[in-house]
Design a protein around this ligand. Structure first.
Ligand SMILES: [Mn+2]
Length: 250
């Protein structure tokens, strides 16, 4: 089985600067060449900087990306999206129009005799009580209902401001180290207990592949500064770096 796992593309819908545009082009180019390469594509959260589909409308700025996902699905690849901390308010658009299967927390499968566990990772960072409370609050059905009543232009203007302020709030080195440590500890626990051979997460924007006695923890990194993804081909796990000029390099 050929599996690709990507996360943290953080595709924006407003106020794109030159770097954002470059990143978007790289993402589209990656997805174009991925069309016939995989049996399963796992979108492991924070693909969209914000997602909302109203009853009658979607965010048109995502159209190029959505077309690529549609084409990948049409080429016979199964697509699974796991909720991130930026994209969790899904309606019927992804499942009904793109045939993307949605998972709220995690996704597990066995492929080529490897037990694979995939989740975004935002619930496994250390000492993040404030975030965990916010996470529960923002996911209440009532919050989604209220957001859905706002006019899209207004709601998305608000959303883009919120997302920008969270992006400019640069994590301190210490906080980042704690984030990574939390993810590693969670992966270690799953692997040691025999629940999984491979644990794959994102969220930290820090690509890494850590071997344990009976398995691996992989973080797929991001598409803001690393342009990395995880590939599991016939049971062999690797982190790869995509380069638009050279095609791809390991
Ligand atoms: Mn995240």
């Amino acid at each position: 089985m050929r599996i690709c796992i990507i996360s943290d593309l953080h595709c924006k819908y407003s106020k794109l600067n030159a770097e954002d545009k470059e990143n978007h082009a790289l993402i589209l180019s990656f997805l174009e060449q991925a069309k016939d390469k995989y049996d399963l594509l796992i979108l492991n959260g924070d693909i969209f900087d914000l997602w909302f589909d109203w009853k009658y409308t979607i965010i048109k700025q995502y159209f190029p990306l959505l077309v690529k996902l549609y084409e990948i699905g049409q080429a016979g690849c199964r697509i699974v999206h796991i909720t991130g901390n930026h994209d969790f308010w899904f309606g019927d658009f992804l499942p009904d129009y793109l045939d993307v299967q949605l998972r709220a927390e995690s996704f597990e499968l066995i492929a080529d005799e490897k037990k694979i566990y995939v989740c975004h990772g935002d619930t496994h960072t250390i000492n993040d009580f404030r975030y965990q409370s916010f996470r529960r609050l923002i996911r209440l059905p009532l919050m989604k209902k209220i957001f859905g009543l706002l006019h899209p232009d207004f709601a998305l203007g608000l959303g883009s401001k919120m997302s920008r302020s969270s992006r400019s709030r640069k994590d301190s080195t210490e906080l980042r180290a704690r984030k990574n440590a939390g993810l590693r500890a969670f992966a270690k626990k799953l692997i040691k207990s025999g629940r999984a051979d491979y644990v794959i997460m994102g969220h930290s924007h820090h690509p890494e592949l850590i071997p344990f006695e009976t398995g691996y923890y992989a973080n797929s990194g991001d598409w803001i500064s690393h342009h990395t993804y995880v590939e599991i081909i016939s049971g062999k796990i690797e982190i790869k770096h995509y380069n638009i000029k050279k095609g791809e390099t390991a």
